[in-house]
Design a protein around this ligand. Structure first.
Ligand code: PA5
Length: 433
């Protein structure tokens, strides 16, 4: 069953245009599928919803149950692809005020090791106080500076709070199967360890232990998440643009890019999905932004941002297009009541629901932006649940890989990320740099 639909009616180009890319798409499809199971190519995510390690998956669930029982706080240490996917799914599928809500029984979840701010670290330590905690450290390379510094701080914190032996039982590592400093430490300390497969890069890793352990600790059904992704794997297996909506999205982006629409704004009307946008931004920016090419991916939260960057979108430079995520059925709703005095003049929406008003805001905004020269791609998902989100994650991973190939870049490397590191290490006096 198709939970995700792509609507290209507001893009300004005819659907027939898509077919001009068909040959290139078929070639890209073939290139991906022919190396999907190779150890050395970064395409392991393609068959992951079928091939995932079932033994490890059960171990993740078991560890999540232990953490839920013995911890009030769960820290996720990682940066980039090693935390954004987990955060995207957790925030999309839990209470908007998850960490602040005292009646939520699963551990509070904080993300750390994704910046170098001492304020962030000290605030977090203050906030944790005396609470029982467990931590997971996620780093494919096992050498990334931000999470390594955070782990040094929290390992010491855990060992002085619990003693070395108990701390060991509360530290969970996800890293390469054999390489890196984190793997070495993990072997020495005998931490519970999960593996990031060689052929899956950070930004494509949310459906591995990288994302699954924190997601399961938040009480989200990871079976359903994988089930949704598996639906997508089956559905988007078609090599032709004509029938494959995932590839239609990839092609539509490339058509718009060829028309000088160089910035794509992922638009949401659901604040829960703010971090989903962050995950999407990283996926597309690191995959496509290279060799002086690529669409600049950014995000907007409407209606909030209609009162800030909405002005620019309506009337600024015309190098933009929007991809709007529309959720058909809200998980909850509220009916606006009639007021006898109607002093606020709002009785015209009385008896309507907030979702109804939100949808009208969306419709009105799409009309206004399209009329203002901003093409809109609309992606509809049936509802915001684990199954749909699993499908959407796979949809964007696959369309990103195809889109990158259409653009003529390697969507699986990120050479540009090294430049700042090199300078930082030199300035810090790292030996050998
Ligand atoms: O997508 C990527 O590959 C990157 O964003 C990495 O996830 C990020 O740099 C963190 O790397 P690591 O997991 O090796 O610490």
């Amino acid at each position: 069953m198709s939970n995700i639909k792509v609507n290209l009616e507001n893009t300004g180009f005819k659907k027939e245009e898509l077919m001009k890319y068909n040959e290139k798409v078929e070639k890209a499809h073939e290139e991906l599928h022919s190396v999907a199971d190779n150890e050395d190519d970064f395409v392991g995510w393609l068959h992951l919803p079928t091939n995932y390690n079932k033994e490890e998956f059960e171990r993740i669930k078991k560890c999540a149950e232990k953490i839920k029982k013995d911890s009030e706080v769960f820290l996720v240490i990682g940066i980039g692809g090693s935390y954004l996917g987990a955060r995207a799914v957790i925030e999309s599928l839990t209470n908007t005020f998850y960490n602040a809500c005292s009646n939520i029984k699963t551990p509070k979840i904080f993300f750390v090791g994704n910046n170098m701010s001492p304020n962030y670290m000290n605030d977090l330590l203050e906030c944790i106080g005396n609470k029982d905690i467990s931590i997971t450290v996620i780093s494919k390379s096992g050498t990334t500076t931000e999470p390594a510094i955070a782990f040094r701080i929290f390992r010491e914190f855990m060992e002085s709070k619990y003693g070395v032996d108990e701390a060991r039982k509360r530290i969970y590592i996800t890293t390469d199967k054999e390489k890196g400093a984190l793997k070495t430490l993990s072997n020495e300390e005998e931490y519970e360890t999960f593996v990031i497969p060689d052929n899956i890069g950070g930004r494509y890793s949310v459906l591995t232990a990288v994302g699954l352990l924190p997601i399961a600790v938040a009480g989200i059904d990871i079976d359903k998440l994988m089930y949704g992704a598996k639906n997508a794997e089956d559905k988007y297996n078609e090599n032709s643009v004509k029938y494959n909506q995932c590839y239609q999205y990839a092609v539509a982006r490339n058509i718009l890019y060829s028309q000088e629409k160089t910035t794509e704004i992922l638009v949401n009307y659901e604040p829960k999905m703010q971090y989903f946008t962050e995950w999407w931004k990283q996926l597309y920016a690191e995959s496509e932004g290279k060799e002086n090419k690529g669409i600049f991916p950014t995000g907007a939260m409407f209606t909030t941002d209609l009162h800030s960057i909405g002005q620019y979108i309506q009337e600024g430079r015309r190098n933009l297009f929007e991809t709007v995520i529309s959720i058909e059925n809200p998980e909850t709703d509220i009916t606006i009541k009639k007021d006898a005095d109607n002093i606020d003049g709002l009785n015209f929406v009385a008896d309507k629901t907030m979702d109804y008003v939100n949808k009208k805001a969306m419709q009105g905004t799409i009309e206004a932006h399209v009329a203002g020269g901003v093409p809109n791609i609309i992606i509809t998902m049936e509802r915001l649940d684990a199954e749909n989100l699993g499908e959407l994650i796979y949809f964007f991973e696959l369309s990103c890989a195809i889109s990158g190939k259409l653009l003529g870049v390697n969507p699986f490397n990120q050479p540009g990320v090294e430049a700042y590191k090199k300078n930082m290490f030199r300035l810090l006096g790292k030996p050998g740099v």
